[in-house]
Design a protein around this ligand. Structure first.
Ligand SMILES: NC(=O)c1ccc[n+]([C@@H]2O[C@H](COP(=O)([O-])OP(=O)(O)OC[C@H]3O[C@@H](n4cnc5c(N)ncnc54)[C@H](OP(=O)(O)O)[C@@H]3O)[C@@H](O)[C@H]2O)c1
Length: 328
């Protein structure tokens, strides 16, 4: 089969489209024929040398995919089912979705709601899954309709979908971006206001800032997450899923013990089957209201992956890059 293979040999990186064979790791693995995959920030971290994310020297990249079950011994996943595949070590420690076929354990395979095509599922991808999981985490914490929710990295995969889903659910997303030229695009996605990355800091000499946000969805981390924690309203929460700026977090305990705020970790990789079912159902429920086309940066073939991965590393994308393997 045709696949995008990432290899590190003697510290040198090789990324090339070539012929390889899909191999099951376990006889219970499910074989999925891939229609679409997507380009994630993690894919860009896998395709570099050295990589802190990649766990093997050579593999087929792609941390998510959507397609049709071709072979399965699992009673929950029948041949012909439309599914999304993401999580575990897919595209990180075992062959991933940048190929015409992928084997994965059933635990990481979710049947798609009837309202979502496999194309829609990869416009959503791991990023959209994390965005919706973040919205649900804030709702579980008591987010009220009309609430002002800060979204950082707003033009990215997680951020742009968080803005879209928050707006469609009746909240007011405030989009923070380092790409001011994309303000109009963000307003069209449903942002009630667009602010620059720099605007989040407020009176840095104080341990606490003004109470600005009823909630926040952050995929940036580092100093941005620290500033969010200082500026959440009393009792509010931030759902944190990413670390594009930094994995470090330097904060005081004041936001937690004097304002009762919460830092909610969001993870799509080892999310339980129950969580996956809940998030994909929520995505399916909102799908009829979503214009998936406008959430797409571009649709590419395997050959165009190197350039797309460079753009993701440079933060030069707007929404999701979808990789087309085969039509539904
Ligand atoms: N926890 C999970 O399960 C999970 C799932 C999916 C993704 N993630 C993580 O979430 C993060 C975002 O993923 P993604 O797919 O949305 O990536 P993406 O499409 O590359 O978007 C990231 C966005 O962050 C902003 N950004 C980039 N570099 C920045 C910097 N140095 N400082 C501040 N902002 C910066 C840019 O938006 P603006 O120009 O608009 O600011 C960029 O578009 C990554 O760390 C990824 O690994 C985690």
């Amino acid at each position: 089969m045709k696949a995008f293979v990432v290899s590190e040999i003697d510290g040198q990186l090789w990324c090339e489209v070539g012929e390889t064979t899909a191999v099951a790791r376990d006889e219970s693995d499910v074989l999925v024929k891939v229609n679409f995959s997507g380009v994630n920030y993690k894919d860009a971290m896998v395709a570099r040398a050295p990589s802190q994310v990649r766990r093997v020297s050579s593999l087929v990249g792609g941390v998510d995919a959507a397609g049709i079950v071709e072979r399965s011994r699992n009673p929950e996943l029948a041949r012909g089912d439309r599914v999304a595949v993401h999580g575990g070590s897919l595209g990180v420690g075992r062959d991933g979705g940048f190929a015409s076929h992928v084997y994965a354990p059933a635990r990481y395979i979710s049947p798609l709601p009837s309202s979502l095509s496999t194309y829609d599922a990869m416009v959503i991808g791991t990023a959209g899954f994390a965005a919706m999981a973040s919205v649900l985490a804030l709702e579980d914490r008591g987010l009220e309709r009309g609430a002002q929710v800060l979204v950082t990295g707003a033009t990215g995969g997680v951020g742009s979908q968080a803005v879209t889903y928050l707006a469609l659910k009746g909240y007011q997303p405030i989009a923070s971006t380092g790409s001011p030229d994309e303000s109009r695009w963000l307003l069209e996605r449903g942002a009630s206001r667009v602010i620059s990355r720099q605007e989040i800091a407020d009176r840095p000499e104080r341990v606490l800032a003004s109470e600005l946000w009823d909630g926040a969805i952050d995929c940036v981390g580092g100093a941005t997450l620290k500033e969010i924690l200082r500026s959440l309203r009393y009792g509010a929460a931030v759902a944190a899923s990413g670390l594009v700026a930094s994995a470090d977090l330097s904060t005081t305990l004041y936001p937690f013990i004097t304002r009762g705020v919460a830092l909610l970790g969001v993870d799509a990789v080892e999310a339980t089957p129950l969580t996956r079912q809940r998030v994909w159902r929520a995505l399916g429920d909102i799908a009829p209201l979503v214009d998936f086309g406008v959430l797409v940066d571009r649709v590419i073939g395997l050959d165009e992956l190197p350039e797309a991965l460079d753009d993701v590393r440079a933060g030069a994308t707007r929404g999701r890059i979808v990789v087309k393997l085969d039509d539904e």
